[in-house]
Design a protein around this ligand. Structure first.
Ligand SMILES: Cc1cc2nc3c(=O)[nH]c(=O)nc-3n(C[C@H](O)[C@H](O)[C@H](O)COP(=O)(O)OP(=O)(O)OC[C@H]3O[C@@H](n4cnc5c(N)ncnc54)[C@H](O)[C@@H]3O)c2cc1C
Length: 450
């Protein structure tokens, strides 16, 4: 153990137990840190967080904030010399104001729990990662998470009105507000959203809820190949139709889902597109979608009832767990302009055959956000060899198409080497200056994000 981390023996919620440390050593990215963190603090209150950060600040000890550990970039992974600050036990919904359509929640509340509580008032919380049942609001905020409904309602950034954050030295900062509008001062809310635990620890959030749509319509379409499905998705955007969900899966991912779930999507084509519309004119918008994709699709099928629609959504949500059954998964998260989806899929196919890697792809197609997933044998590394080469090539492919390294999962530890290339020297310099203004001793999640 690092000598100074013994200072955490003074924290009432600190544990040095090996099983407790192994349970918080990494996330769902497939990344395996070489050593275990020195200790974990299971915070139960804002005071616990303040005390942990004061200790860390005083002794210059690195702290890794952690929510539910479902991240896909190694952002909450930790190693020897580091303390994990786990806030998953701070999991209370403080209140819902159904008239203002606002929820105030602690960071460890799960995304699906917010939605279940909002539903009792005829409301919903729009950013819905496929991991909704297992990921926390604090982690969603720290990664600026996206999801299926983001096609229409925007990512986490568009649904967070205010935050309470504990800074690196233990001070408490309030950002944003509880009103829908408000522009006093710099937008510190936006600075903390997506900062991957490197600027402060979120201990409370004021979230914007929305009225549940009066009507929802769903269709599944099947295509000869993934490039045709990419062209169809781009055609929907070009026709200026606004789906609430537009999700794409390639043939190999359909095979994996069928195998895991006993479904039979692959029999119907080489790629799958799920489209949903909502609101009073949902059925009319779905007609428009059907006609925009008909030149590319071999089968277009409308869900007959909400049960069938839910089963189609579930098939897409199950893609990552289905692939995790095949081996160790390294998940890319590139985003490209929405009219370049087919080019992106063609590029991924070329990368797979050149690097000899198995790449399975899904996409939040309405946002141009692709998740090419490299599956290797469980004992193989994802941070070296062909898997690493393929990840680098994916980033360069996205860059050539006018896109970005990460659409929603964050940089974490796994994509950090390419950040400078995308941002450029001036932006990196300014981002580092912001980091040292808020965390002068560099204790918050070092080696991640920027
Ligand atoms: C099956 C599956 C499907 C997924 N689908 C999606 C998807 O559709 N869209 C999507 O965006 N992501 C998806 N993810 C990724 C993941 O669920 C999200 O990144 C999620 O936001 C992480 O939340 P978490 O609570 O698990 O955070 P963690 O993994 O614990 O942490 C993630 C990052 O946030 C920081 N952090 C956590 N809590 C706090 C806090 N309170 N204050 C400050 N920093 C904090 C950590 O330091 C780390 O950098 C998926 C993951 C899985 C396993």
């Amino acid at each position: 153990m690092h000598t100074d981390t013994r200072a955490f023996a003074a924290h009432p919620r600190a544990s040095f137990d090996t099983a407790a440390r192994s349970a918080v050593a990494t996330d769902r990215s497939g990344y395996e840190p070489p050593t275990l963190p020195d200790a974990v603090v299971h915070a139960e209150s804002v005071d616990d967080v303040v005390q942990a950060l004061r200790l860390a600040h005083e002794h210059g000890l690195p702290v890794v904030p952690r929510g539910a550990g479902t991240g896909l970039a190694g952002g909450s992974s930790a190693h020897a010399g580091e303390i994990v600050l786990d806030v998953s036990r701070m999991n209370r919904i403080v209140g819902i104001d159904p008239v203002e359509m606002i929820a105030v929640v602690q960071p460890g509340v799960l995304n699906a729990e917010v939605n279940a509580a909002a539903a009792e008032h005829g409301l919903f919380y729009a950013p819905d990662p496929a991991s909704t049942a297992i990921c926390s609001i604090g982690g969603n905020i720290a990664t600026n998470a996206g999801g299926m409904w983001c096609a229409k309602y925007g990512v986490t950034r568009e649904s967070v009105l205010g935050l309470t954050v504990v800074l690196a030295d233990g001070r408490i900062l309030r950002t944003g507000r509880s009103t829908i509008k408000g522009v006093t001062g710099y937008d510190l809310n936006a600075l903390f959203i997506g900062s991957e635990g490197t600027l402060g620890v979120v201990v409370e959030a004021t979230l914007r809820l929305r009225p549940r749509p009066v009507r929802t319509e769903t269709l599944a379409a099947y295509f000869p190949d993934v490039e045709a499905a990419g062209r169809a998705a781009s055609a929907i955007t070009a026709a200026r139709i606004q789906p609430s969900i537009l999700e794409l899966m390639d043939g190999p991912t359909m095979d994996a889902v069928d195998q895991a779930e006993g479904t039979r999507h692959r029999e119907l084509g080489g790629a799958f597109l799920l489209a949903q519309t909502d609101g009073f004119g949902a059925h009319l918008e779905l007609d428009e979608i059907a006609s925009a994709i008909s030149p590319y699709a071999t089968t277009v099928h409308r869900a007959a009832d909400p049960e069938e629609a839910a089963a189609l959504v579930k098939a897409r949500r199950d893609a990552i767990p289905a692939l995790e059954k095949l081996g160790r998964v390294s998940i890319g998260d590139i985003a490209v302009p929405r009219n370049r989806l087919a080019d992106a899929f063609a590029g991924l196919e070329e990368i797979g055959s050149r690097t000899g890697t198995r790449i399975f792809s899904v996409a939040h197609a309405a946002d141009g956000n692709l998740h090419p997933m490299i599956v290797v044998d469980p004992e193989e590394s994802i941070t070296s060899g062909p898997a690493k080469a393929a990840l680098a090539d994916m980033f360069h492919l996205a860059q050539r198409l006018g896109g970005t390294l990460t659409g929603e999962h964050g940089v974490g530890i796994l994509k950090r080497e390419w950040v400078g290339e995308e941002l450029g020297a001036t932006s990196v310099e300014i981002q580092r200056a912001l980091k040292s203004a808020l965390d002068p001793t560099g204790i918050l999640n070092p080696g991640k994000a920027i």
